[in-house]
Design a protein around this ligand. Structure first.
Ligand code: T46
Length: 162
């Protein structure tokens, strides 16, 4: 590993971003929290996502994770091209993101915050609360060829490793 890469390999896992904190500074991994509109009235809250407005990609696919058993993890891979916005529409979970240089943890627990994840981001999702629902807006249709499932392959794709 190059010396410069070793210097930039920073693990800040002890101090997860809350959505509020993350908005104050650009995350070094390249992820960021996007605040979505929240319309509140006596009947409850409403949040919407308008394609082409506020989300930095065209939305091609929507999927959601739910009924995740306690202690279970999801992800554990990266994508060559896919960009995503991840929203805890119900409950909470943590997303660990890694660009090969830096590793950060985001705790998502608000229906009106989305975590934007650019291409070439390794992600691991954990600590799902009971009944939580993870909504994902994606920039591409499902394509197994876009997955990077081995961390070593991810490092090479990110310009690291040998
Ligand atoms: C990510 C996290 C948050 C499909 O057929 N279509 C789809 O759109 C998706 C997402 C998955 N699948 C199939 C492929 C596998 O046979 O569903 C199965 C489970 O998919 P995967 O192991 O990729 O699920 P997660 O939860 O580990 O990861 C998914 C996304 O793949 C990933 O990009 O960020 O959710």
């Amino acid at each position: 590993m190059h010396v410069i890469n070793m210097i930039r390999l920073v693990h800040r896992m002890g101090s997860p971003h809350t959505a509020e904190r993350a908005m104050e500074s650009l995350d070094p991994v390249g992820c960021r929290i996007i605040q979505l509109p929240k319309i509140s009235d006596a009947r409850g809250n409403l949040t919407f996502v308008d394609g082409g407005r506020g989300v930095p990609f065209d939305i091609k696919r929507v999927y959601y994770l739910y009924d995740v058993p306690g202690g279970e993890t999801r992800g554990g891979h990266a994508h060559y091209e896919l960009e995503q916005l991840i929203i805890a529409v119900s409950g909470s979970f943590d997303v660990v993101v890694d660009n090969g240089f830096h590793r950060e943890k985001f705790s998502l627990n608000r229906s009106y915050f989305g975590l934007y994840m650019p291409q070439l981001t390794w992600r691991e999702m954990e600590n799902f609360s009971s009944g939580s629902v993870c909504l994902v807006l994606a920039s591409r249709h499902y394509d197994e060829a876009d997955y990077i499932r081995e961390y070593g392959d991810f490092q090479k794709a990110a310009g690291l490793g040998t």
